[in-house]
Write a protein that binds this ligand. Structure first.
Ligand SMILES: [Zn+2]
Length: 62
């Protein structure tokens, strides 16, 4: 019998809530790596931009 095993990274933040959402991005800070879904990735990006006093809408500037 042929068998195929597929692995999928799930969002670390969703997993803490007992949910399984596929991870679509990774955030690396020094040695820490976080796998995140779109919702959590966008949330962390927004918070980091705010931390560095950058506009959320124009976060690519500077
Ligand atoms: Zn998530």
């Amino acid at each position: 019998m042929a068998k195929k095993v597929v692995s999928q990274l799930v969002c670390d933040a969703c997993e803490l809530k007992g949910e399984e959402e596929p991870s679509i991005m990774q955030m690396k800070i020094d040695g820490d790596v976080y796998d995140l879904c779109k919702v959590h990735g966008d949330r962390f990006k927004r918070e980091l931009r705010l931390t560095f006093n950058r506009s959320v809408e124009n976060g690519n500037a500077a």
